[in-house]
Design a protein around this ligand. Sequence first.
Ligand code: ZN
Length: 352
Amino acid sequence: MIARRLPWLAPIWPLLPPLAARGVHAVLLHGLRGIGKKSLALDLAEALLCSSPQPDGRSCGHCEECRLAAAGSHPDLRWVLPQALAERLLPQAQDDEQAASEAADPAETEGKAPRASREIRVDQVRALSGFLGIAAYRGGRRVVLLAPAESMNAIAANTLLKMLEEPPPATMFVLVSDALDEVLPTIRSRCVLVQVPVPDAGQCLAWLTEQGVADPAAALALASGAPLAALADATEEAIAPEVSAALYRLLERGGALTAAQVVAGVGRDPPVPACVRLMQCWAFDLMQYRARGSVRYHPQRAASIRQLAASARAEGLWRWSEALNGASAAREHPLNPRLVIESLLAGYIDVF
Ligand SMILES: [Zn+2]
């Protein structure tokens, strides 16, 4: 599901409808991950398809076009997403992938669990030419939403580039990117760039509180100020009690922790984002105890934190914290989860 009606996006909305009015055919929305860029892209798509937009350019929400768009079945609206993302955002994507894997050559998939792709593949971009090669089904505009633009490999990006260079009539491409510098420069130069700013913290905290997040300030800080990322971390990636208990047993050993205990203590398939977040909170408390003599996340383990903070080296702690931040940023990467956690715990041993 794509989060909608996000209050902090209101100030940026007025920039978008005039672009279409000026005849712009490609927009690239960029900014920090987790601030609602796909939501904004969908707002724009719906506004472009709506048969009677409101005075502020937003869709009316009532016409047939709006009804089809809201149901995810407007024939002139096409999403291009990596399969892994489509499965999370679009309910119909899982069925599509199942059909595709059933049709695939069994020799290629035999013995392998199908793994959803994190790339936008060239065949997904090529498939657009069928969509764009005929007139709009409903007689109005066509909209292609593509996210994240940096997940296209070079072949896919060059295929899209040809379409952007010779845009079909009455078509708008809306691209979304979390990492603008990773998008092919030739693609960037064919789009009007719109930066979506990091939202105001006060607005985010109020919104996170409304969503039922227990400690919105901590969640927002850990997500670098991105409210949707903060909500996802706080709700969707909860850790099983036995997994966190095992991790705390390892962390509480501090400098006495051995590589063998790490190997024995980390489960087969640990949830990387949740484990990394737990360790980030642990590192935060160790640093906060050294600096201010207080703990924030682990009051019930304050005695352990106090003892460990006394023997931790400041530079080691800083390095471990950097490694955790790196792992947190890279968590979409298809690495072996067990190795990621074991390597972070090996780094923890070096703190002491
Ligand atoms: Zn409408």
